[in-house]
Ligand binder design. Structure first.
Ligand code: THU
Length: 160
């Protein structure tokens, strides 16, 4: 028996260290928490993504009284983008979360199902998606979804 390990590399940044486009995406993700429908969790998540054609798409989490029927902000954003612009890769995605009257201090990190969906989009267009995770104290910049989901299941494993 032997051990293997995997490493996640990401940058920890202040807002003023980001590019102006990255700052814009974070601002839009923060704005979007206002439109979230999260009466059950009180956890309001906003997302903003930039497509390769420069289009910016925003979204938020949508909950439901039948809890599993709701959807996270990231998936609302990426499914909308893929539905409306099926030929355009997603370049960057920013997310922010607001609860108990404030934005999370530490960056909000996507759930496993969102990571899987984001990975599909990354592989589909063969273009890395930069992920910006907002926290009021620090911001994480992750260069691709693959880094967020080590040992992932993907389409290569379905090949016969
Ligand atoms: N949620 C998101 O929208 N994105 C995340 O990254 C984490 C969780 C939503 C799902 C649910 O509406 C609420 O936050 C609490 O889990």
């Amino acid at each position: 028996m032997f051990k293997k390990s995997t490493k996640v590399t990401y940058s920890v940044c202040r807002f003023d260290e980001l590019t102006s486009l990255q700052q814009q995406l974070i601002d839009k993700a923060k704005e979007q928490v206002q439109n979230a429908y999260a009466p059950y969790s009180g956890f309001y998540v906003g997302a903003a993504l930039e497509l390769e054609n420069g289009e910016i798409i925003t979204a938020n989490n949508q909950e439901n009284s039948a809890y599993p029927s709701g959807l996270c902000a990231e998936r609302v954003a990426v499914f909308y983008a893929n539905a409306q612009y099926p030929d355009i890769p997603v370049k960057t995605l920013a997310i922010a979360a607001f609860t108990n009257g404030e934005f999370l201090k530490m960056p909000v990190t996507p759930c496993g199902a969102c990571r899987q969906v984001l990975l599909e989009t990354e592989l589909r267009y063969e273009t890395n998606i930069t992920i910006l995770l907002y926290g009021s104290q620090e911001i994480y910049v992750i260069s691709c979804v693959k880094d967020l989901l080590p040992l992932s299941f993907d389409k290569l494993q379905l090949q016969k």
